[in-house]
Design a protein around this ligand. Structure first.
Ligand code: HEM
Length: 244
């Protein structure tokens, strides 16, 4: 935590996909490919960093890809992939397995309509993504030419999504652990790309890495469980009741 962050452009190591901003080709998924409710993992499969068919992914494949691409700390990848394998009771996963309702996937997501309305959870909800990006309150700067989504924006948007789902979804439910998953995933919208609206447009709507993409998680020892938990806590603390 105390060492200086890696320089921009130096996070992806030589020999790894994405070094010098050169990512394997983006190929949109075929109808037979397996995709998930997660834009990060889908984008990795669309670029061939995870298997392009999205199937039979081992914990080792996830760990390596998450560390090389996003600079997740090894302790975080092991924790996340072990927890996922335990939740699903399988050592290999197809991306579509992650859509199992109320396992990790939950109602009131930021980027997907609830499974009651949208059974195929691999489909990005364009209207929700556009509303989230339109709500970005971070200023336009040379680093963020279309503005920045802040942790406060993510708290506000999640509060709104909870109210919408509660009002409209007759089978709405969300447990404490799913709220935790929700704010953890929201953390990545901020930390993985510095909330950059221009990057998020491409990543969330097309599940593609923009030109010269690089993770914004530039800590020398990677993005740790503590970084993740603190950001998630910050977003959780900003969640409030919205009456619709
Ligand atoms: C092993 C690693 C990962 C697993 C198992 C995983 C799993 C999931 C699942 C199941 C969801 C759906 C949750 C919901 O219902 O909203 C999700 C959403 C999401 N994930 Fe991942 N993910 C992983 C890594 C990543 C990475 C590397 C990113 C980086 C950008 C990411 C960003 C997101 C975002 C932004 C959402 C959307 C949250 C929402 O719609 O509310 N995830 N992930």
């Amino acid at each position: 935590m105390l060492t200086p962050r890696l320089k921009k452009g130096s996070v992806v190591k030589e020999g790894k996909p994405g070094h010098n901003g050169l990512w394997p080709e983006f190929i949109p998924p075929k109808a037979t490919d397996s995709r998930s409710p997660c834009p990060g993992l889908n984008a990795m499969a669309n670029h061939g960093i995870l298997p392009r068919d999205g199937r039979n992914i081992t914990k080792g494949m996830f760990n390596k890809a998450l560390e090389d691409t996003w600079n997740f700390a090894p302790t975080l990848t092991r924790n996340t992939t072990n927890a996922s394998a335990n939740l699903f009771g399988r050592s290999t996963l197809d991306l579509a397995d992650l859509a199992g309702h109320n396992i990790i996937e939950h109602d009131a997501s930021l980027l997907r309509h609830d499974a009651f309305f949208q059974p195929d959870q691999s489909v990005p909800a364009r209207d929700l993504i556009e509303s989230l990006l339109a709500s970005a309150s971070g200023p336009v700067t040379p680093e963020h030419p279309k503005g920045q989504v802040t942790p406060g924006d993510l708290s506000r948007f999640f509060s709104l999504r909870l109210a919408q789902s509660k009002k409209n979804n007759p089978v709405f439910s969300i447990s404490g652990s799913q709220r935790f998953f929700a704010t953890s995933n929201a953390s990545l919208i901020y930390d993985a790309v510095d909330g950059d609206v221009a990057t998020l447009e491409t990543l969330l709507l097309e599940e593609r890495f923009p030109e010269n993409f690089e993770t914004a998680m530039r800590a020398r020892k990677g993005y740790t469980i503590i970084d993740f938990a603190l950001r998630s806590l910050e977003i959780s603390l900003g969640v409030h009741t919205v009456n619709l």
